[in-house]
Design a protein around this ligand. Structure first.
Ligand SMILES: C[S@@+](CC[C@H](N)C(=O)[O-])C[C@H]1O[C@@H](n2cnc3c(N)ncnc32)[C@H](O)[C@@H]1O
Length: 368
């Protein structure tokens, strides 16, 4: 087995060339991670006269993420960290957000799998079904109208949308909206008068557009009702101030579950260290831009899918007035496992008995 810094070159998305000492260029398979700065262990095998080269990443980003989480979350969460850790490393549960715009009836299928609706208390529009078991297979169906029946997402992701508490006639901004799960949840209420969905990434905005076209009727996607933009959200204060009744600021973060499970596109990759370190600054700038975009008396919901205090409470501490979400968490205490005694905001903790999250959320009110 050879070992050393990678000196392979990407030829295409599935082909890599490895330059060896004797100048032989070998065709190799896809490494397990897109981190081209990573160190690899290289091993070769001869099979039917062909030399096959295996690249094994030495420090997979998933392992670096786990080391980082062990170091920070054990202090932050204390004695509950071991059980949260096991849950994070186990198969997550999904919830099915029913698409109320599609008339496809998947209710029976969902109920036959033991799924129950956890938001029906509110109205018939915003139904989200949670399974009893992690394994949950009800494929999305396309109704005759062309729209899909339901959207699979972490059920805890619906909470920030409920907490935003959109009322009839509201103007709403979803500042970091792609791929669009929360946008869809917001649209299900049908209360919104005007929705602006934005994401800085052009490719992710295209994905968002596709999601909206698959779930929302064309008459709701007109310029009068919906605007899709691809601006840097931190600049929103220069674009449109004092405008929106509700602003959702669902910021980029270390996406803890993804970072533990997928080496590809992982923020703990060595070539993304700078980006990861800059996250709290970016998050604070996005939150401040969201606050500027809200009209006086408007409300802002900040959310992440990380357990990290420096990306959650520390970012929010810069905001002025924090609205209590205790009534909401009490309502859902049988469905989600909420972190006890959080100083600011609320957090759904992954737990083996209810393996959703992590979702952090904090509701702010602009005073002037
Ligand atoms: C956590 S994801 C949003 C998930 C989305 N709200 C949903 O429910 O599907 C964060 C998003 O922020 C976007 N983003 C990153 N930097 C941004 C910026 N400066 N302005 C606006 N969006 C940004 C990323 O492209 C990413 O799509």
């Amino acid at each position: 087995m050879a070992s050393g810094r990678s000196d392979f070159k990407r030829k295409s998305s599935s082909q890599y060339l490895l330059q060896c000492r004797n100048a032989t260029i070998l065709f190799v398979g896809v490494p397990q991670c897109s981190d081209e700065c990573a160190d690899y262990n290289v091993s070769t095998k001869v099979f039917w006269g062909c030399r096959i080269v295996y690249l094994m990443i030495k420090h997979p980003p998933t392992r670096l993420a786990l080391q980082h989480f062990d170091a920070t979350y054990s202090g932050q969460l204390g004695k509950i960290w071991p059980s949260v850790r096991v849950a994070l490393l186990s198969e997550r549960k999904y919830g099915a957000l029913l698409n109320h715009f599609s008339n496809h009836n998947v209710l029976e299928d969902l109920q036959s799998q033991g799924c129950s609706d956890f938001i029906s208390y509110r109205d018939e529009e915003g139904r989200c079904f949670c399974p009893q078991h992690p394994v949950f297979r009800v494929s999305t169906r396309r109704h005759l109208c062309g729209l899909l029946s339901h959207y699979l997402m972490d059920a805890a992701s619906v909470l920030p949308c409920l907490a935003l508490d959109v009322q009839e006639g509201h103007n709403v901004l979803d500042l970091c909206a792609a791929p669009g799960g929360k946008t869809l949840a917001l649209l299900q209420t049908q209360s919104i008068s005007f929705l602006c969905v934005n994401d800085a990434s052009v490719s992710r905005t295209m994905r968002l557009r596709k999601v909206l076209n698959s779930y929302v009727p064309k008459e709701f996607l007109t310029n009068e009702k919906l605007r899709i933009t691809s601006f840097d959200g931190t600049q929103w204060g220069d674009i449109e101030r004092n405008t929106f009744d509700r602003v959702l600021v669902d910021v980029p973060c270390t996406t803890d579950r993804h970072s533990l499970m997928e080496d590809d596109n992982n923020i703990f990759s060595k070539n993304r260290i700078g980006e990861r370190r800059r996250l709290p600054q970016l998050q604070a700038e996005l939150l401040l831009a969201g606050i500027q975009a809200a009209c006086p008396g408007g409300e802002i919901l900040y959310s992440t899918c990380t357990l990290s205090q420096s990306q959650n409470q520390s970012v929010v501490e810069q905001a002025v007035f924090v609205v209590s979400l205790r009534p909401l968490t009490q309502m859902f205490q049988n469905t989600f496992y909420f972190a006890p005694d959080l100083r600011l905001g609320e957090m759904v903790l992954p737990h083996l008995t209810s393996n959703f999250g992590p979702i952090y959320m904090c509701k702010l009110r602009r005073l002037t």
